[in-house]
Design a protein around this ligand. Structure first.
Ligand SMILES: Cc1cc2nc3c(=O)[nH]c(=O)nc-3n(C[C@H](O)[C@H](O)[C@H](O)COP(=O)(O)O)c2cc1C
Length: 224
């Protein structure tokens, strides 16, 4: 499988259930090399990327699950969204939240299943391999996030083009101390996002969830 750029953009969706099969090391190397061709202001290449797998990922997962279960207070290294969200954004966020619960058959008042859904984030959706994207702590500005985002999107589209899948995660950024504990030499890294990845689980119901998009006329204008 090797999709064209446009095909990969259309085919990508957030994958939240994986096969146990590993993405081979040589494929990961090719993917990361291609993702690193991302543009950046003045070619600063402000990104840092960590691949965590095997026993290291299991140890990290165990710590994340323990933190989730104990209700450890969130301490993200940066604020992802404006607070409050503009009204139209908030409406879309609400729609996707309701949509995924409905898709999974989770009722409004089913707090246990809702918590199990949230817990999935902290077990990295069961992925066997995970990228963590970061940049240098205390040296970033808005544009740094833009540059790093290009790498994240390259990784997601590249994985899709090769027949794999992934789910970008901000949720796991609430415990950066756990990442610093498990990822060597990351003391001065600001973690931006996690990306569990792998072969999408065949027949998975959750992976079939596809939130709608605005018609492009609502956000795309041609002038001239
Ligand atoms: C930076 C970023 C962080 C995200 N964090 C999470 C997350 O923590 N958990 C999750 O289930 N989805 C997360 N998402 C996925 C979004 O919910 C998803 O991209 C959006 O609903 C559109 O769906 P699609 O990716 O399937 O097209 C994140 C997306 C982005 C871009």
């Amino acid at each position: 499988m090797n999709l064209s750029a446009l095909e990969a953009m259309h085919a990508r969706r957030s994958i939240r259930e994986f096969e146990s099969e590993l993405v081979p090391a040589d494929v990961i190397k090719q993917l990361v090399e291609a993702a690193g061709r991302a543009p950046s202001s003045k070619n600063t290449q402000p990104w840092r990327l960590y691949l965590v797998q095997g026993a290291a990922l299991e140890a990290l997962r165990a710590d994340y699950l323990a933190a989730f279960e104990s209700g450890k207070p969130a301490k993200p290294g940066y604020q992802y969204s404006p607070n409050p969200l503009p009204e139209t954004w908030a409406a879309r966020a609400k729609d996707v939240g309701i949509g995924i619960f409905k898709h999974k058959g989770i009722g409004r008042d089913d707090t246990e299943k809702r918590r199990a859904h949230d817990r999935e984030n902290f077990r990295f959706f069961g992925a066997q391999q995970m990228f963590f994207l970061g940049t240098q702590e205390n040296a970033f500005s808005y544009g740094t996030f833009l540059d790093c985002g290009f790498v994240l999107d390259n990784l997601m589209l590249g994985l899709t083009a090769l027949g794999y899948g992934s789910c970008p995660q901000f949720s796991v950024m609430i415990y950066p101390d756990l990442l610093k504990k498990h990822i060597p030499n990351s003391a001065d890294t600001l973690f931006i996002a996690g990306l569990p990845f792998g072969r999408p689980k065949t027949g998975s119901q959750v992976n079939a969830f596809q939130p709608a998009r605005e018609l492009i006329d609502n956000w795309f204008k041609t002038i001239g």
